[in-house]
Structure formats: structure tokens, C-alpha cells
Design a protein around this ligand. Structure first.
Ligand SMILES: [Zn+2]
Length: 297
């Protein structure tokens, strides 16, 4: 697909389109939700977040987190890859009504779901698969009719087990992932996989067993799409905090530190599902600590 109306190569268009070498990246959002941070960071007292109020004012609403549900469209070499499909229009997320904005946001930005070739799922949590199926028109059909859906085999194995499907996280699997597999649209990956020129998926386990990130590399520019390796901007700094959605807390901490190091070494942008919209930034060092700093401000 062409650049969205008004987009200029090399420039941030209306704060949601970015050109990285020959790759165009469009930030999309399913909306944002507010929640009490203690829901996901039970060992971190509320006061510990106060030093971040000034740095990330967009991320706080009082003491609550205001968490973006981000997706990204990567266009390269004639291919369009949508990374993650939000929470969808599925009631409450962490007790907060889910906005379910993704499909509207795509239309607003001049993007057509029929032009998506690949739906890349960083992992199979409910807030990353919510619009896999065509929820508003016909929930028995895929929302991206010409796309193959791709996920790491370890996530499929973990989340499609009978125990998981019938458990508390099972609803999203039943509604949004199992039908994709039944329709024969799911392709499993078991290692680094080239998705388009300059776009490679690779395994970054810990948050979930099969969590994958994207390395975008084009004309000497680099970016890392890190999915939920950092579930909030503060986790780039607070790499040790216990984050309950992590399946394997120790491995998640290691992966988080490794990917931040890699971003620094390669001077790569860091793009994340729950980093402040539009979701891209760079790692900076301030008084010996690393921080994520949003771009486009
Ligand atoms: Zn998430």
C-alpha cells in the first residue's frame, strides 16, 4: 500500500508514520486503558513510580498507568506486515472498558485490511490478538482476508494446550487464535525468520515462551520492535521489577536487559506495544541509568 495520505518519506507524518531506510512504519492503536500499576507490578509500591511522572506525563493519570495498546504496520519491498492486533472489542481489560479502536484507526490512516500480507503476532496474550477475526462484520472470518498469521511455535504449544484454553486466558485463544489455526491461516515459526526485506523476526522468550521481536534493518538504520519485553516505558529503566504477565520472570529480565543493550550497541530505535503512542523512541543514558525517550515530540 502507498504511504498514508499526507505522509512524507523521512518525516514523521502527523506523528504516526516513520521512514526507516526503505521501510515505512505506521503506528496504530487499539486505544489505551487505565489501570492501577499494582495489578501488574505487585512488588512495586505506588510511590516508586513518582519519579517518572515528569518524564512520562502522557503515561500517568493520577497514580494509574495509561497504557497504549499499540500495533504497527511495516511496509517493505511491496509487503505489508501488521505486528499485533490489539485487545479488540471484548469487554473489560484489567477492569477497564476496552476501546477496540484498531480497525477504525487503520481506516483513519488510509490503510486497508485487505492489503495486509502478514499478521505477525509477537505473542499470544489477549491484548495482541484481539482483532485477528473480523469482530464487527463476521467473527467467523479473518479480519485480514489476504494475510497469513505468524507466531512462534512455543507460544502456540503453550497457549493452545487444553489446560490453557480452558483457563482464565483461554477466552482470547478460543475466540481469536484457534479459529485462525482451524482456517489453515496460521504459520508457526521456530527461529529467526525473514518476513520482508530488512524485517526479521527472532525469538525473545521470557514474557511468554515464544515471544518474538522484530529487527528492522535498512540502509544502515536499525529498529527493534520489542513487543512486551518492556510492558511500560519505565521498564527500560526498572528492568528488575516483577511484572506478573511474564511467564518466566528470570528469563524475561535477562531478555529485557539483552535487548536494551542491543539497542544501545546498534543505535537502534526501540518500538514497543505499550510504550507511549506512537510507540517509538531511543534509549538514552542519564546519570548512569538507561531511559526510553519518545521520538517525534
Ligand atoms: Zn501486551
Amino acid at each position: 500500500m502507498a504511504l498514508p495520505p499526507g505522509a512524507t518519506p523521512g518525516k514523521d507524518s502527523k506523528n504516526h508514520t516513520l521512514r526507516l531506510g526503505d521501510v515505512t512504519i505506521t503506528a496504530l492503536t487499539d486505544g489505551s486503558i487505565n489501570f492501577d500499576p499494582r495489578n501488574l507490578f505487585p512488588e512495586t509500591p505506588l510511590e516508586a513510580w513518582e519519579p517518572y511522572y515528569e518524564r512520562f506525563p502522557e503515561y500517568f493519570s493520577g497514580t494509574s498507568f495509561r497504557n497504549n495498546l499499540g500495533s504497527f504496520l511495516f511496509s517493505s519491498g511491496g509487503k505489508n506486515i501488521l505486528a499485533d492486533t490489539g485487545f479488540g472489542p471484548h469487554g473489560l481489560m484489567l477492569g477497564y472498558p476496552a476501546p477496540g479502536e484498531l480497525m477504525r484507526d487503520m481506516l483513519r490512516k488510509g490503510l486497508n485490511p485487505e492489503d495486509v500480507d502478514t499478521v505477525f503476532l509477537t505473542h499470544l496474550h489477549g491484548d495482541h490478538v484481539g482483532w485477528n477475526m473480523s469482530e464487527r462484520d463476521d467473527p467467523s472470518k479473518p479480519a485480514f482476508p489476504n494475510a497469513r498469521y505468524r507466531v512462534h511455535a512455543h507460544d502456540w504449544d503453550h497457549f493452545s494446550s487444553e489446560e490453557m484454553v480452558s483457563g482464565p486466558r483461554g477466552e482470547a485463544m478460543q475466540r481469536s487464535v484457534m479459529p485462525i489455526e482451524k482456517l489453515g491461516l496460521l504459520d508457526l515459526m521456530d527461529g529467526s525468520t525473514q518476513l520482508a526485506p530488512g524485517i526479521e523476526a527472532y525469538h525473545t522468550p521470557g514474557h511468554t515462551p515464544g515471544h518474538m521481536s522484530l529487527l528492522i534493518s535498512s540502509r544502515n538504520e536499525r529498529a527493534l520492535l520489542i513487543g512486551d519485553i518492556a510492558g511500560s516505558p519505565m521498564q527500560v529503566t526498572e528492568t528488575e521489577s516483577l511484572y506478573t504477565p511474564d511467564t518466566d520472570a528470570e528469563l524475561a529480565r535477562k531478555t529485557r536487559k539483552d535487548i536494551i543493550e542491543r539497542a544501545v550497541e546498534e543505535n537502534a530505535m526501540v518500538i514497543g506495544s505499550h510504550l507511549s503512542y506512537p510507540g517509538w523512541g531511543r534509549i538514552i543514558t542519564w546519570e548512569g541509568r538507561r531511559y526510553w525517550k519518545a521520538l517525534g515530540e
